[in-house]
Ligand binder design. Structure first.
Ligand code: BTN
Length: 266
C-alpha cells in the first residue's frame, strides 16, 4: 500500500494550552482544511471524549493528544488502525517502564486498544474518522489519553497512573515515544508485513486466552471466554458454557475482563 505521509521523521506537533477535546479540535481543523498529518497535544481538555460516548477525564500533566493521518487506505480496513494504535501505545509505554528484575511484562492490551497495568486502565484510544473533499480515502483522528501523573477515580472501573509504575516522564516526552512507535507500526501495517504482523503483535501483548470476559455491545451483554482475534482483528468470544462450542465475532463493544486479583473490573 502506498504510504501517504513520511514515516522516517516525527510527525509535527501542535501544542495547545486548553481545548475542549484534541479529537474535536483536530476534526474542526480537518474540516477547515488547516490540518495535515500532525499531532495536536493539549495541556488541558475541558470536554475530553472517551469511547462509547463516555467522557475522558485527564488531569494536568496527563497525556492528551490526537494524531491526524491520511493513511491512503480503504475505509473498510480502518478498524485495523485501532489495533495498530493499541500495539504502538503498548510498545511505547512498555519502553518507558523501569527494567524489571524478573523480566515480567506488566502491561497488557484489552481489545481493542486499552492499555492495562494489572487490572487498572492506564491508557485509552478513541479513533474518529472523517473525509475531506480534496482527499482520496478516509482521514483518521487517533486520540490517545494516558494517565501519566494521575488516574481519575471512576466508579466500577479500575484505573492506574504511569507514575505509579515508575514512569516519570512529562507528557511531551512521552509523546515522542508514542510518535516513534506509531510510525514503526504504521510502517509495518502499510508495508509488506501488513495487518497479519500487527495482529500477531497484538496477541503477544494481550495476556492469556481463555480468561472470562463480558462484552457490552450496546444492544446485548455477551459473556464468555476470550478466544483471540480473527484475521480482521475482530474479537472472538467462546460462549459459556464452553461445551456449547459457540464462537461469537465482535466488531464493536466494551470489554470487561475478569479481574486478576478479584476486585473491580476494567
Ligand atoms: C477511551 O475511552 O478509552 C478512549 C479515551 C481517549 C482519550 C483521548 S485524550 C486525547 C483525545 N481527545 C479526546 O477527546 N479523547 C482522546
Amino acid at each position: 500500500m502506498r504510504v501517504a505521509f513520511p514515516l522516517d521523521r516525527p510527525f509535527p506537533v501542535i501544542e495547545l494550552d486548553e481545548v475542549d477535546s484534541t479529537n474535536l479540535e483536530a476534526l474542526r481543523r480537518v474540516a477547515a482544511g488547516s490540518l495535515d498529518n500532525a499531532w495536536l497535544i493539549a495541556r488541558r481538555q475541558t470536554a475530553g471524549r472517551g469511547r462509547s460516548g463516555r467522557s475522558w477525564h485527564s488531569a494536568d500533566g496527563n497525556l492528551a493528544a490526537s494524531l491526524t493521518i491520511f493513511p491512503g487506505c480503504a475505509a473498510s480496513i480502518m478498524p485495523e488502525l485501532s489495533l495498530v494504535t493499541g500495539v504502538a501505545l503498548h510498545a511505547a509505554l512498555s519502553s518507558c517502564l523501569p527494567p524489571s528484575s524478573d523480566g515480567a511484562r506488566p502491561l497488557r492490551l484489552k481489545w481493542p486498544n486499552d492499555v492495562l497495568a494489572g487490572d487498572g486502565k492506564l491508557a485509552g484510544v478513541l479513533i474518529e474518522s472523517t473525509s475531506a473533499g480534496n482527499r482520496a480515502g478516509p482521514i483518521a483522528v487517533i486520540g490517545i489519553g494516558v494517565n501519566l501523573c494521575s488516574a481519575p477515580q471512576i466508579d466500577g472501573r479500575a484505573t492506574i497512573a504511569a507514575r505509579d509504575l515508575g514512569i516519570s516522564l512529562d507528557a511531551r516526552t512521552l509523546l515522542g515515544h508514542v510518535d516513534r512507535k506509531m510510525r514503526r507500526w504504521l510502517d509495518i501495517w502499510l508495508g509488506a508485513a501488513g495487518f497479519a504482523r500487527v495482529r500477531e503483535a497484538w496477541l503477544e501483548r494481550c495476556g492469556p486466552l481463555g480468561v472470562p470476559v463480558t462484552v457490552d455491545t450496546g444492544s446485548e451483554m455477551i459473556a464468555g471466554t476470550f478466544a483471540g482475534l480473527d484475521e480482521t482483528g475482530a474479537l472472538l468470544i467462546d460462549s459459556v458454557p464452553a461445551n456449547s462450542k459457540h464462537r461469537r465475532r465482535i466488531t464493536f463493544g466494551d470489554v470487561s475482563l475478569m479481574p486478576l486479583k478479584g476486585e473491580g473490573s476494567t
